[in-house]
Ligand binder design. Structure first.
Ligand code: AHM
Ligand code: MG
Length: 339
């Protein structure tokens, strides 16, 4: 297949974006390239998962006490490795690690960014061949450059993100990332090992046809959420309902689909999990940043996800995220039920 020279690669695109900022140092472009490289390696292993005896528990549990699969560990090591050996990142926080890791060498201490990631989200789906993904988030340090990063660099509100993105290992492998300039998606061309700009300037449709929620938890959701979900299943003149229910149980795939086609994703609090399941720093914040840059909305049911000031690395939050109109509809139901 001849290469189409009009299609930009990820590296070409990030370098072109830098041209808009004459003072840019190229560190962010470098960091995205590093993450893209780690994701290519993760992609190879994810694709091989059915062939190689890499599946199964590795015998340990993560900080949330959940089962850790070997591929999670592999993905975590790849991301940590490229970022440590790069020149753009002073340290990382990962869903798979108890605490932050500060690289603390001469070059890393001068780097102005830190990175948070969920190396392999939806990993309980690995052994049944369902799409999974990597989620990442980049912040500018608030600590003094030249010294090791500090915990405060990692506990910033989501509205301080410089970039956020995800990689979905699906029927094709796609890397989507957002900066304040917008959201762009790149599909991995396996034949040349490059990400090609396939989805420029992604905008989340204002309204979609899909709602994504774990219906099994319906009876333990709060009243407003129950009423909204019930309304999603009914014919409605204003929203064109009934909506279609789609829930893969792999957040990257569910939110990716809703971002492209329009839709709403809900992971509410439940009576036994008042803070929901998803992690603010590794899952909610990056997706909230991406979806909002694409024109959608994301809340915890009370405030914008991006305005929450985190107090703990692994804290959880309810998450409602998606198309603007659908989010507003949900907010109406939630408000009315509280009156
Ligand atoms: P993980 O980080 O342990 O993989 O869990 C997060 C995943 C999300 O991808 C998904 O949306 C959610 O868990 C599904 O949870 P549930 O099975 O409770 O609906
Ligand atoms: Mg996860």
């Amino acid at each position: 297949m001849a290469t189409n020279r009009n299609i930009l690669t990820l590296d070409e695109f990030t370098i072109q974006e830098m041209r808009a900022f004459p003072n840019a140092t190229g560190e962010l472009a470098g960091l995205l390239r590093d993450i893209g490289l780690a994701a290519k390696r993760i992609n190879v292993e994810v694709n091989r998962a059915g062939l190689v005896d890499i599946l199964g528990d590795d015998g340990s549990t993560n900080v949330q006490g959940e089962e850790v699969k070997k591929l999670d560990v592999f993905a975590n090591d790849q991301l940590m490795g490229v970022l440590k050996h790069g020149i753009s990142c002073a340290g990382i926080g990962s869903e798979e690690l108890d605490d932050i890791v500060l690289f603390d060498d001469e070059i890393s201490n001068k780097a102005k960014y830190i990175c948070l990631f969920d190396p392999l989200d939806g990993s309980s789906n690995i052994d049944v061949n369902v799409s999974i993904g990597t989620i990442f988030s980049v912040y500018r340090r608030v600590s003094e450059l030249g010294k090791p990063a500090t915990k405060a660099d990692f506990l910033q509100a989501g509205n301080q993100q410089v970039a956020a993105g995800y990689v979905v290992y699906g029927s094709s492998t796609m890397l989507v990332y957002a900066t304040k300039r917008g959201v762009n998606g790149f599909t991995l061309d396996q034949s040349i090992g490059e990400y090609l700009l396939s989805h420029p300037n992604i905008k989340c449709p204002t309204i979609g046809k899909m709602y994504s929620v774990n219906h099994g938890n319906f009876f333990v959701f709060e009243q407003g959420v129950k009423e909204y979900i019930t309304a999603c299943q009914k014919k409605n003149e204003t929203n064109g309902g009934p909506y279609t229910q789609r829930y893969i149980g792999s957040m990257v795939s569910d939110v990716h689909r809703n971002l492209i086609r329009g839709g709403i994703f809900l992971y509410p609090s439940t009576t036994s999990k008042p803070k929901g399941k998803l992690r603010l720093l590794y899952e909610c914040n990056p997706f909230a940043f991406i979806v909002q840059k694409a024109g959608g909305k994301a809340t915890n049911g009370v405030i914008n996800i991006l305005d929450i000031v985190p107090t703990e690395l692994h804290q959880r939050s309810p998450l409602y995220i998606g198309s603007k109109f659908m989010m507003e509809e949900l907010e109406d139901f939630m408000e009315k039920s509280k009156k």
